[in-house]
Design a protein around this ligand. Structure first.
Ligand code: COI
Length: 356
């Protein structure tokens, strides 16, 4: 189907709720902006999307996604440039990834016109909700649900694609302490680890709750065969600076999310002449590097988390504490470089920025 922003029907709120937001109190995932977008898929085709006031939804208790988790999502961010104009960071990459998740979950492709043009129209309408503070952004959450009213197990035929947005501050407001998981497994080759399926996050709640009780912030998942090869952190991809190289797990086995921030980081590092190795990384190698004083920095990357420094990694009873943050040359440079591009302070030589 071909939809332009002018084909999207818009029903506006009578009164904006924005005055209820305290700009000094913007946290992740608490407040939602005035409008949302909904598009229905039925009889093998997407219907025209509609933007309408943010509201609660009502479903039959027999709806597919409640029972069988046929549900996927994305995370995108909009920032304000120095002139106060909103810009969206790499929405086409999230659109493509959503469709990779959709295929694996037997859901229909979302057309670019609905995902990207719909998002642009929504952010344009709620442009006052894009916060201006350092590290603030409008977090955009596109998602798709299977909505057949049928409890037999089969791929659904009706779907809803929805976008909501939420003014957000940093996801982690402190360096994180990571527990290297060697009991529970996130993903296997052939599974859905590379997708943003709701179930990938649902399965992580119990193991994460256990390690939080032990005082850690997040899990670093390991492979499902040997529990040796590091994969990703609950909400982020992972990077290690060892000597003068940067290492990150390769994504060739479909067990790891193909992060848009991951790709941005690899691109910027390589352009700066820094060697980035994408390959299997055994946790023994990380321990060895730490013992030899070669583990200089470690960080997670993600849309919500941006670049989150890891101050300690614990594997069995080995707590690997990293050097003080002010010595982290690579991630401190990366953080600034990426922020300058995202907030439109620096020329966008990669075509990552989409203006409204
Ligand atoms: C994102 O970074 O957008 C994510 O999807 C992480 C999230 C589950 C908070």
């Amino acid at each position: 189907m071909s939809v332009s922003t002018t084909d999207i029907s818009i029903r506006k709120v009578e009164k904006s709720r924005i005055s209820e937001i305290d700009p000094a109190e913007i946290h992740f995932g608490i407040n939602y902006s005035d409008h949302m977008l909904i598009a229905y898929y039925e009889n093998g085709a997407w219907q025209k999307p509609e933007i309408m006031p943010f509201h609660n939804l009502s479903f039959s208790p027999a709806t597919t996604f409640f029972h069988y988790g046929q549900a996927i999502f994305e995370g995108v961010k909009a920032y304000k440039d120095p002139q106060g104009n909103p810009i969206i960071f790499r929405p086409y990459d999230n659109w493509k990834r959503m469709n990779r998740s959709a295929e694996r979950m037997a859901m229909p492709d979302v057309p670019e016109e609905i995902f990207v043009e719909g998002m642009r129209a929504l952010v344009d309408l709620d442009r006052d909700w894009v916060p201006v503070g350092a590290e603030s952004s409008l977090y955009i959450r596109p998602f798709m649900l299977a909505v057949d009213e049928f409890i037999g197990v089969r791929p659904a035929e009706k779907f809803m694609f929805i976008i909501i947005t939420s003014p957000a501050g940093p996801y982690y407001n402190h360096p994180v302490s990571i527990y290297v998981q060697d009991k529970y497994v996130r993903a296997f080759p052939g599974g859905i680890g590379f997708t943003k399926a709701a179930g990938n996050y649902g399965m992580s709640m119990y193991p994460t709750m256990q390690i939080k009780k032990m005082g850690y912030d997040q899990i670093l998942w390991t492979d499902g065969f040997e529990h040796k090869f590091v994969q990703e952190i609950g909400t982020m991809n992972v990077f290690f600076v060892i000597g003068d190289k940067v290492l990150t797990p390769d994504i060739t086995q479909d067990t790891i999310l193909e992060g848009v921030t991951r790709d941005s980081v690899i691109t910027l590092l390589r352009e700066k002449g820094i060697t980035v190795e994408e390959r299997p990384i055994n946790i023994d190698e990380i321990e060895e590097a730490h013992k030899n004083g070669q583990l200089k920095e470690a960080f997670g990357t993600g849309t919500a988390a941006s670049i989150a420094p890891i101050y300690a990694l614990t594997y069995h009873d080995d707590k690997m504490v990293l050097p003080p943050l002010d010595q982290w040359e690579i991630s401190n440079w990366l953080k600034k470089e990426l922020a300058d591009i995202r907030y439109g302070r620096k020329e966008d030589t990669h075509n990552w920025i989409v203006r409204l």
